[in-house]
Design a protein around this ligand. Structure first.
Ligand code: FEO
Length: 174
């Protein structure tokens, strides 16, 4: 049985992951609106990955005989100033998520909940990758600046991103 404090914190995190999915779908819509279909595709993959993150937490609460409570997903931004702005906002958002995961991890230590702590290790590693991905694209954009061929090439490259289901969901029966 899950400790109530941990259960509540994971339910909050489920909502945050769903908000992240919604945010990235909004970023995909923005990229489509400025003709960057490869970048839009990259954000559509990101949208699916965030839903996976929410589902991993959902499954875990059920597995521990806890109660999932889904709450309203807040509105998300819809406009950005530029491609660079959208990726910088992505990095900033992922840094906030990293801080939230770290706080959740710290709570499991306080509450001696080592099963939840073990489950969260996947998220700790995932956040390193999430921040690195956004940072790499920002670095590329800073080199390219407004070079049309550079933007065109990066758009093609990002459009090749493929979705793979998150590993913790692979053997899940839920
Ligand atoms: Fe669920 Fe992008 O972290």
């Amino acid at each position: 049985m899950l400790n109530k404090k941990i259960e509540k914190a994971i339910n909050t995190q489920i909502n945050v992951e769903m908000w992240s999915a919604y945010l990235y779908l909004s970023m995909a819509a923005y990229c489509h609106s400025i003709g960057q279909t490869g970048m839009a595709r990259w954000y559509e993959v990101q949208f699916k990955e965030e839903q996976d993150h929410a589902k991993i937490l959902f499954n875990y609460v059920i597995q521990r005989n806890g109660r999932v409570i889904l709450s309203a997903i807040d509105t998300v931004p819809t406009e950005w100033k530029s491609i660079l702005d959208v990726f910088e906002s992505t990095l900033e958002h992922e840094q906030e998520i990293t801080a939230m995961i770290n706080n959740l991890f710290a709570l499991t230590t306080q509450e001696n909940d080592y099963a939840t702590q073990s489950m969260l290790k996947w998220f700790i590693d995932e956040q390193v990758e999430e921040e690195e991905n956004a940072q790499t694209i920002i670095d590329n954009l800073n080199i390219i600046k407004d070079n049309g061929f550079g933007i065109y090439t990066l758009d093609k490259e990002l459009g090749a991103r493929a979705y793979t289901q998150a590993a913790p969901l692979a053997n899940s029966i839920l």
